[in-house]
Design a protein around this ligand. Structure first.
Ligand SMILES: *Cc1c(COP(=O)(O)O)cnc(C)c1O
Length: 365
């Protein structure tokens, strides 16, 4: 209850920092071995099980994972990287931070992921890479993007920051492209307080990533190349390991919550999430299209249901980019999407309440 006596709305995200996470962090702090040590190595090894045994390189954020991957691939000044505009700004920021230019492709209005035909149409002489985003936990159309990348000799980098455990045709997110990049920010499907992971089947790329995250060193003070400091701490890794152990259970809970919302929400005015053929959706977000989104959101809040719009402004309309591109599906989605609470902390009764509230608001507009 808040001080006004009205219950706080069901929040759209509820990061878990429980006793197990706290104990793991304290245990590491007491060892005194806190940076890129045994916990990080163990986290990398355990995370590999999620991506068909690919090499995993832990870094300090999802943004760093993307940026370091582009650096390791040699993407830089004069290069273009095709990305969706309908994503978190980090997707395009990583491209700009290495000196390359993001080129924005429109989305498939059903999955909200980048449209492979739009991507193919944007490939030009400067294109170095394609970076699809598995938005909301739904895999991008990798089966159609992979041939585009192969035909033109482009690197396919998966922004899997919202897609831990997602899959397309049984192959996991992060195991399709030359590299997959994950985030462990607190609101993601699992977290490490902060953190990121690059997954790759290419041992040479993995080695370059390891050098780049640590000043270009594998052996102390034997600097082989210019590198950054994007190391993960053992405290972060220890928290990540606790969370990783629960990821399967939490993902099943998200999927079960989504299935019930699918069944219970009946209003014609709202569109529930679409799942493409062969896709395993892990519902980082459960995202509706609704009419009069901002009013809809306020009416839901009045009924005790928190919600959020991801993302109200597409990247190509943000100040550092503002390209003047016309991306009609991206712009329509940005105005219509509304994400409901679907995280593992939502109870069955709350799911019923959320669905009732959605139908009631839709009927009242
Ligand atoms: C969260 C996120 C990122 C960035 O991850 P951080 O760990 O916050 O740096 C990048 N891309 C997408 C799609 C994200 O959701």
């Amino acid at each position: 209850m808040s001080s006004s006596g009205v219950p706080a709305p069901i929040p759209p995200a509820r990061p878990v920092i429980g006793d197990a996470e706290i104990e793991a962090a304290v245990r590491v702090l007491r060892t005194g071995r806190v940076v890129q040590g045994p916990e990080v190595a163990a986290f990398e090894e355990e995370f590999a099980e999620l991506v068909e045994g690919r090499s995993c390189v832990a870094v300090n954020s999802g943004t760093s994972a993307l940026q370091l991957t582009l650096l390791a691939l040699g993407v830089g000044g004069g290069d273009e990287v095709i990305v969706p505009s309908f994503s978190f700004a980090a997707t395009a920021n990583a491209v700009r931070l290495v000196g390359a230019e993001p080129v924005f492709a429109d989305i498939d209005p059903r999955t909200y992921c980048v449209d492979p035909d739009a991507v193919a149409a944007l490939v030009g002489p400067r294109t170095a890479a394609i970076m699809p985003v598995h938005l909301y936990g739904h895999p991008a159309a990798l089966d159609r993007l992979t041939p585009v990348a192969e035909r033109h000799g482009l690197a396919l980098v998966e922004d899997a920051c919202q897609a831990h455990g997602a899959a397309l045709h049984a192959r996991p997110a992060g195991a399709h492209g030359v590299a997959g990049c994950f985030s462990f920010y607190p609101t993601k499907n699992m977290h490490a307080l902060e953190g990121g992971m690059v997954t790759t089947a290419d041992p040479e790329l993995a080695r370059t990533l390891r050098l780049l995250r640590n000043q270009g060193m594998e052996q102390p003070y034997v600097n082989e190349i210019v590198g950054a400091n994007m190391r993960m701490t053992d405290v972060n890794a220890a928290v990540g390991r606790v969370q990783l152990a629960r990821l399967t259970e939490w993902t099943e809970r998200r999927r079960a919550n989504a299935k019930r919302l699918d069944a219970l929400i009946t209003a014609d005015a709202v569109t529930t999430p679409y799942v493409a053929d062969g896709a395993r959706h892990v519902y980082h977000q459960y995202t509706l299209r609704v009419p009069e989104r901002d009013r809809f959101r306020a009416e839901l809040a009045a009924r005790g249901v928190g919600s959020a719009a991801y993302y109200p402004t597409p990247i190509h309309r943000l100040a550092p980019y503002s390209t003047g591109d016309r991306l009609p599906e991206t712009e329509r989605a940005a105005a219509e999407v509304l994400s409901l609470p679907v995280h593992p902390g939502v109870t069955d009764r709350e799911i019923e309440h959320i669905a009732d509230a959605v139908d009631s608001v839709a009927g009242s507009l």
